[in-house]
Every structure is written in C-alpha cells, then in structure tokens.
Design a protein. Sequence first.
Length: 445
Amino acid sequence: MKRAAMRLWTLNKGLLTHGRGLAYGSENKICKPLHIQEVRNKLREIVGVSTIWRDHVKAMEERKLLHNFLATSQKALPPRKMKDSYIEVLLPLGSDPDLRDKYLTVQNTVRFGRILEDLDSLGVLVCYMHNQNHSTKMSPLSIVTVLVDKIDMCKYSLSPEQDIKFTGHVSWVGKTSMEVKMKMFQSSYSFHMHSDDKFWPVLDATFVMVARDSENKGPAFVNPLVPENKEEEELITQGELNKSRRIAFSTTSLLKVAPNSEERNVIHELFLNTLDPKTISFQSRILPPKAVWMEDTKLKSLDICHPQERNIFNRIFGGFLMRKAYELAWATACSFGGSRPYVVTVDDIMFQKPVEVGSLLFLSSQVCFTQDNYIQVRVHSEVASLDSREHMTTNVFHFTFMSEKEVPLIFPKTYGESMLYLDGQRHFKSMSTPVILKKNYTVEP
Ligand SMILES: CC(=O)SCCNC(=O)CCNC(=O)[C@H](O)C(C)(C)COP(=O)(O)OP(=O)(O)OC[C@H]1O[C@@H](n2cnc3c(N)ncnc32)[C@H](O)[C@@H]1OP(=O)(O)O
C-alpha cells in the first residue's frame, strides 16, 4: 500500500489527527476529503439522475440501458479491499457559518437528525466506491439502505462551532448486501482549522445497504471483499456474526413467538403492581406512584412526502425518514422526561419498503421502556397514497435517550403494550455500554 493510503487507513482506526490532507478512495486515487455537500452531488453523478423533478422519468429510462453492465454472478466481479471504499467527508461547521445554521438547534447544539441524513448519504457513497467499475461512468447498481444496525454515541460533546469529519468503509459483504462502518469525529478547535487539529471520536455507526439493479426492481451482485490483515479479517468475522445475530433477533421476535419465561414474569409483575388492592378484580387498574401509562406517552405526526425529499432513485430519502422519526422521538422523550434528553443509541432501523414521492407519512411515537435515566422510544412509520386509505408499515425506529434526571416508570395496560415493553427492554439491553451522563453531552434534534 502506498504510504499516504496506509496513513489514512491507520487514522480510521483511532483518534483522527491532522484534519487537512486526509483522503478517500482507492489505493491509486488519493484525493482531498469531500465536502459534505459534494456527497449528494457525487451520488447524482454516479447514478446519473436528474436534479430537476420533471426530468426524473427520462433519467430513469436512461438507467434501464445500464442493465447490460450488471454481473450475472458474484464471481464475475473483481474482489475489493476495505481501503477501496474508504472515504472521508468534512462537515465544516466551525469554518462555514451558513452551513452551521442548517445544523443548529436553538440551544446552540448540533441537530442529530441532520447527522442521520449525512450518515445515510455517506453509507450509500461508500458502497458505490466499493463497487466502482472503471469501465462505466454511471453505476448500474441502485444502492438502498436496508438497516441501520447501530449508532452508538461516545460521550464527547457535539458543538456546532467545531468542524466534523466522517469516515466510512465497507466492512463485510454478502451476495447483494454490504455492511458499512462509519465514524464521526469532531475537531477540538472552534471556528477554524489548524494544521495540528485533533479530531476526537464522537459516534460509531453500522449500516447495511443492499444493491439492486439499475431500475431498483431486483437484486444485483456486489463485488467480493478480501481482507488485507488480521484486523480486517476480524471485521469480516464480526460482519458474519452480526448477520447471525440479526437472524436470531428476528426469529425470536415477539411478533412471531411468545416471550420467554423471564419476560413473562416481568409482564405479570407489572400487571400485579397495577391492580387496585381495594378490589378483588383483574379489571381495576391503578398507577403506582411515579409511573405513567404507556398509552399516555404517544405523539404522532403527519408529513406529505414532496419531491424535494426524494433520493437518487426518486423514492423518499431514508435519511429524511430517519430525521423525521428521530425528531418526533426526541419530542416524545422530552415531554415524557420533563428535561432535555440526549440520544445515546439508535438501533435496528429496518427499511422494509420504499416510500413513494407523494405519499402521506404517518409517524407514531411512544415511550415503551424506561430505567433510571434512560428512555426507550419506538417510532412506527406508515405510508398511505393520496388516493388510497390503505396504510402500509415502512419502518420501525428504536432510539435510546438519557435524561438529566430519573424518569417515571412506564406501565403497559394491554397485552399489545406489554409486547412493546418487552421489545423496548430487549433493545435497551442490546445497548453496548450505558453512557455516563455528562453535562456537556449536547446532542439534540
Ligand atoms: C439511501 C436511501 O435513501 S434508500 C431509501 C430507504 N431505503 C429503502 O427505501 C429500502 C426499502 N426496502 C426495500 O426496498 C426492500 O426491503 C429491500 C430491497 C432492501 C430488500 O428486500 P428483500 O425482499 O428483503 O430482498 P432480499 O430478500 O433479496 O434480500 C436482499 C439482501 O438484503 C439482505 N437483508 C434483507 N433484510 C435484511 C435485514 N433486515 N438486515 C440485514 N440484511 C437484510 C438479505 O440478507 C440479502 O442480502 P444477501 O443477498 O447479501 O444475502
């Protein structure tokens, strides 16, 4: 590996230093880090879509011709290395005040919803870099987000006055799917970059993206991935384990099988705690002190999905859906906990179905589990077309927040709510390490 590429690769593994001069791309192509605004432009270039909505049908017609470039088997595609897909993106919040406004909350913190949008675009670009075919300008692949496996926040504060840097690369591939690992770092200096800037890690994310054919109608093979050293071998093994974990999680879903005996005891205990001791009845339920019924924690929203929010394939951009769901979840946690909550983990967001432009997007959010200062919020997303009343679930989002003070206990009333409680508890327990609350931990909507 060339020296510069080796340095970049090493930087991705730990603390990122020397903000300037970092690069992205394959071994043979070392460039400056991309500006965040270039990411979506680059994606449009790779996919060859129009920037004007009225031309979108024509642009998609043109993409049909790319079908001939699709591989008939994975073996026919050359293997790639992790560094081939490695990219760096700069979000110069500190040095660009106009950009900063887009990311700013009224409390002078960073809008986490905007970060989710950036991660989604970055994840797609990483996958295009992995599958880059130098013989065609436009890619025959349509890459979509299928799963946000995990986003873990580190405990450093996110300031809108310091530059942010993202890195990402493909860490595992299946036949048509790819796992992408992304990291986010923040500069330790305000307003301007110094040649000796240090970037500290603030976030770790794992997404799964899927390759589809040029019209986004059927599956398409992705290039194989070969490890170059022991660490990369471990990442690939971890990718395999992640796949098995997801399958195991989904086969024990409470939508498919009954809760285990420990969980059944939890639910019965909660039920007994809400029985009115003055009556001998299963029907008289009262709330214990410092507790809230789950049904009283709901918030809902409706959005019309305008063309402005479309992705490169003229469906609604996954990042937009995540931002909307996150902001509703944050408002739910805030009104429940009575103080400003901080996001700790985003977990297992599955994009089951694409959302068409023009759909009505219904989001329902509720607190489904609490413990100490933690609030687990679930957001259910459904769409309906304007001319049909039929609703279809497109996503379920799970967010873990932390409040500055201890929050009330949550009590389910119905069996359905009890399942939501257990599902929330499972997601909460899957959180890697509980974050220690810090006063300067300032990630808000
Ligand atoms: C960047 C953006 O804005 S994209 C917009 C947001 N995303 C979307 O709109 C995507 C909406 N979802 C979909 O269209 C569909 O669910 C699809 C196309 C992603 C998957 O459809 P499926 O019928 O599950 O496809 P299929 O069974 O062929 O699976 C395709 C691959 O996805 C993988 N996959 C499917 N579900 C999951 C999951 N929950 N977690 C991880 N991988 C998954 C499969 O393992 C398979 O990978 P492999 O070929 O490497 O083994």
